[in-house]
Write a protein that binds this ligand. Sequence first.
Ligand SMILES: Nc1ncnc2c1ncn2[C@@H]1O[C@H](COP(=O)(O)OP(=O)(O)OP(=O)(O)O)[C@@H](O)[C@H]1O
Ligand SMILES: [Mg+2]
Length: 566
Amino acid sequence: MLILKNICFNIRKDEEKINLIKDNNLKIGKGSFVAVVGPSGCGKTTLLKIIAGINEQSSGKITWNERDLAEQDFSPIELGYVPQFSIAYDELTVQESINIAINIRVKTKDKSHAQNIYNRIVNHTGLDKLSDRRVKVLSGGQKRRLSLALELVTNPRVLLCDEVTSGLDPKSENEIVSLMHSLSKDSDRTIINVTHSLNNLDLYDSVIVLYDGFTVYHGPPSNLNHYFSVSSAEEIYPTLTKRENIEWHESWKKHSSKYEDPLLSRQTNSIEIHNQEQLLSQASAAKQFHALTLRKWKIFLRDRTQIVLHLGMLFLFPILVVLFGLDGIDQPKTIPNQDNSDVIEQLNHQVSVSKSHMKIGSLISGLVMFQVILLTLMASNNSSREIAGEREILEKEKFSGLRISSYLLSKIGFLLILVLLQSVWMGIFVQIFVPSLPGNIITKLIVLFLVNASMTSICLGISGIMRNPEQSSLLSIYLVGFQLPLSGAILALPNWISQITQPFISAYWAWSGSLDSMKGEYFGQSIDAVTQDTSLQSINICVVWLVIHIVVGLFFSYIGAKRPQW
Ligand SMILES: Nc1ncnc2c1ncn2[C@@H]1O[C@H](COP(=O)(O)OP(=O)(O)OP(=O)(O)O)[C@@H](O)[C@H]1O
Ligand SMILES: [Mg+2]
């Protein structure tokens, strides 16, 4: 039995306290199928989130089978929650979506155990004939079936559904309500369904009417019209507006003892259903990581726009760099050893040598910086939407027992492969077509990898912190845009500004480290000639800074992914 006692939920807005849920008292029998109805904005979703434990009540107590949920929350196995938004990825098929949900949420003994769970769910929800269909082509009703199916993988004892019938035609709505009814009756499952709709109320065991945060009725659907003195349920919403919320609430407090959820009285006789699957436990971190990695690659490889964009950047960017270095890098001129030449001639030689150093140094510095900047651009494309773009599903999956460590490791594994491909290809391509670019190839590849990884990691952090993917990609693009001016590589910055900005600029460390490692026998003077106004740091210091950027980015990704953002 689920009992809500004096439940209130307040929020603070501009120093003002707003009561969204007011003094709610409810008793819901085990195995009961309950509708929560009420006009838009009356607090239905808020109440459901309080029961789920997503929002913590400001006062009052909730118990489930005499267990205080404040002390021990519903476990992800016990509770299913179908939110108001879609929780499936468009690119996956129905079968893949359900199987991945099983792998993320349930510890299965072997393949046949997982197959049994899958078969039970698709047969029950009528999705067996749609198993190969992609989510994006499903109808509204089929999508709702899938949302329910995804929650059934743990065979939960309590299922909370938010607007799973909204926007459906009457026939589909009828089918979904009948499905929920059978899901409740077949396994003694308590189902609370939030809905605007006053159709099909007869299928519910009891109906809760919420009005402006107050419960103003909870009892059998057959008594609803009598209680509100209306001839049909459709008249209830207009009738509610005729009295103040508090009046309805006071009136309900007076009469509530005469009404109750009919399944409460059945409580003592009810037979516990102990089937095998009720004893399911949560999937391991390794299994979640494996399922998420597989899902990420499937979604990535099926998104043609993303693939074209990534391939375009991968192949075109190195070509762009090479275009500037196709003529090769000359050896710098040296001053001839002629003791008898006159002063004017010696001066002319010196000017010509300085010019040659400047020209060669600028070309080397430009080529290095161009590679670095293009890699930071690829990096922002790699990860700037990664977490923010799937925030709602992430919240839902965290709630269902997904570990942040598994989630983040699957992201790191995926991004690592992109970063390796992009930086190694950039380094090797440029080396092949501009072989005269100085420096050790391994050192150059390490620096390119690190700058790409650091920016990818920072953009991943941004996508974890930001509220939506648009904000996140905008901030990431600004960050990439500021790399060049703030690096001091093109225009020297005032010393005090560069001291503040440079630590944060990955491109500066990569450029500086690369140039420092290129100061070999021939090019030291050329590189010095173009970096007079910017102090170069040693390659070792630059590597340390880039690694720090990676760690900071991952730290923010973790904090951001962990922080609830419903
Ligand atoms: N975090 C929040 N901050 C401010 N206001 C909030 C917050 N959450 C909910 N509200 C407000 O609380 C009220 C109830 O919201 P809720 O989402 O529970 O309504 P609802 O009954 O589910 O509406 P609908 O039928 O449209 O889904 C609304 O007025 C909403 O704007
Ligand atoms: Mg709602």
